[in-house]
Design a protein around this ligand. Structure first.
Ligand SMILES: Cc1cc2nc3c(=O)[nH]c(=O)nc-3n(C[C@H](O)[C@H](O)[C@H](O)COP(=O)(O)OP(=O)(O)OC[C@H]3O[C@@H](n4cnc5c(N)ncnc54)[C@H](O)[C@@H]3O)c2cc1C
Length: 438
């Protein structure tokens, strides 16, 4: 008799946890992802701010699963699901819309940016979701300093050296803190015409406080810390406009050539593929066993799923995705071997953390609320523990120690420097003037 086939779409936190739970199952496991790597998104901001290199926060999925003899990893994009025929629709570089059949399906396709209906912002305010996004943000930040150094007219320095982050959730706060440190420490002696420490880092959010998921006390502590690092925090107003010259917030224009979107997320289109009920954000409403109503063979996990616990929706965080992926994998294993079904899924909240610059973090876990060095050490230990391989853990640990002690960062290269950037008139004139001394 042929073995049942389990298709897992997405090699993120949820999909990978499901694959690991199925490691010893007598089944054919196909894990499909449109990238070849598992990405540790919580450290993306460290790539964007030059602390870590892309290869320190991502690992090839097939290398993580190399000892899983029942698992085949496929690089390609799923564009739909046919629930009645039990197949996913798959495309890769050679083939388009190929149906691949499954007995069990796990969808862990994550989320993408949401510009809250203002998709026109995307052109000038790229988000931070993939390695390519983090590299693009890093290029943009580093290039701003290069352009300012080459620019003879000091009146243009201020716009070039103003960095705006839209969204004061954990990503925006962590990125603002890291950027403020970068300009005031790492870059301090590297330039001759400009003073990198004069750079402005502005963090904007419509919410009345930073880090809304945290308690008010921790939120205040994080804001104080950001301000101590020199970050301007503007709260309580949504951004009205983002264009090539900066942003407009509460009627005021903040001129900037580097705006980064660290605000909302939208789920993958899994709800549309399945044509099932979704929540207001578009996440698939799943049952307590993580399956889609009427389809006990289809599981949806992580950021693209919506499940309430104690009357509140579970948050879009890595822990939820991992615990759900593990639960779905175990449940499928149980069905294949014929064991009785487990109880309903229950999320165990191990706590939430956000780091603000060097040696300071906020941590909230149940009634425990701490901020400062102890929270930062916990943050560092937890993040190291959840990196995909031991080599990454060692390499990131050493880089952090080095950066902590010397202030120097790992990766300050501008890569993929497009000709179009160099050909912009302002950049060209400034570079010419710098080279000729005129
Ligand atoms: C910048 C940032 C910082 C964060 N910081 C934290 C933090 O500090 N702590 C925390 O707990 N959480 C954090 N999160 C959230 C956390 O990363 C997510 O909750 C988690 O990644 C969700 O896991 P997932 O498996 O649902 O999706 P993901 O990890 O996003 O994985 C989805 C996978 O599906 C693949 N995929 C998507 N669509 C398709 C398709 N159509 N076909 C094939 N493959 C597809 C993607 O390539 C990806 O590999 C952060 C997120 C971001 C973006």
């Amino acid at each position: 008799m042929s073995q049942p086939r389990v298709i897992i779409v997405g090699g993120g936190f949820g999909g990978l946890a499901a694959a690991k739970a199925l490691a010893r199952t007598q089944a054919q496991i196909l894990l499909i992802d449109r990238t070849n790597h598992h990405l540790f998104q919580p450290l993306l901001y460290q790539v964007a701010t030059s602390v870590l290199t892309p290869s320190q926060i991502a690992t090839p999925i097939r290398s993580v699963l190399r000892n899983h003899k029942n698992t085949t990893v496929i690089l390609g994009e799923v564009t739909g699901v046919n629930k009645d025929e039990k197949c996913v629709i798959f495309s890769d570089a050679d083939r388009q819309n190929v149906p691949i059949s499954y007995d069990y399906l796990v969808l862990g396709t994550g989320a993408t940016h949401s510009y809250f209906g203002h998709n026109e912002f995307a052109e000038h305010a790229p988000g931070l979701k993939s390695l390519a996004d983090a590299e693009a943000a890093r290029n943009k930040i580093l290039r701003a300093f290069e352009l300012a150094e080459a620019e003879e007219d000091p009146s243009r320095h201020r716009d070039l050296l103003t960095f705006v982050l839209v969204g004061a959730g954990p990503t925006g706060v962590e990125m603002a803190g890291a950027l403020a440190l970068f300009v005031r420490t790492t870059l301090k002696s590297d330039f001759r015409r400009i003073d990198p420490a004069s750079a402005r880092v502005v963090l904007v959010d419509m919410a009345p406080r930073v880090l809304p998921p945290f308690s008010e006390n921790l939120s205040k502590a994080a804001k104080r810390r950001l301000e101590k690092l020199g970050v301007e925090v503007r709260l309580g107003h949504s951004v009205d406009q983002i264009d090539g010259d900066g942003i407009v917030v509460a009627g005021e224009r903040i001129a900037s050539k580097t705006v980064i979107w660290t605000a909302g997320v939208a789920p993958s289109p899994a709800g549309k593929w399945l044509n099932v009920e979704t929540d207001r954000a578009g996440r698939v409403r799943i049952q307590k066993d993580l399956t889609v109503p009427g389809h006990p063979e289809i599981f949806v996990v992580g950021d693209t799923a919506s499940l309430d616990q104690n009357g509140k929706p579970l948050p879009g965080v890595a822990q939820v995705a991992m615990q759900q992926g593990r639960y779905a994998g175990k449940l499928i294993h149980g069905r294949i071997v014929g064991s009785p079904p487990p109880g309903p899924f229950s999320y165990f909240d191990k706590g939430t953390m956000a780091v603000v610059g060097k040696g300071f973090a906020v941590l909230q876990s149940g009634r425990v609320q701490i901020s400062g060095l102890a929270a930062w050490l916990t943050w560092a230990a937890v993040h190291l523990q959840f990196l995909a391989t031991s080599s990454l853990r060692l390499s990131v640990f050493l880089q952090w120690v080095w950066t902590y002690v010397t202030g120097q960062r790992g990766d300050r290269l501008i890569v993929n420097h497009h000709a179009s950037d160099a050909s912009k008139p302002a950049a060209n004139l400034a570079t010419q003037a710098a080279l000729t001394g005129k």
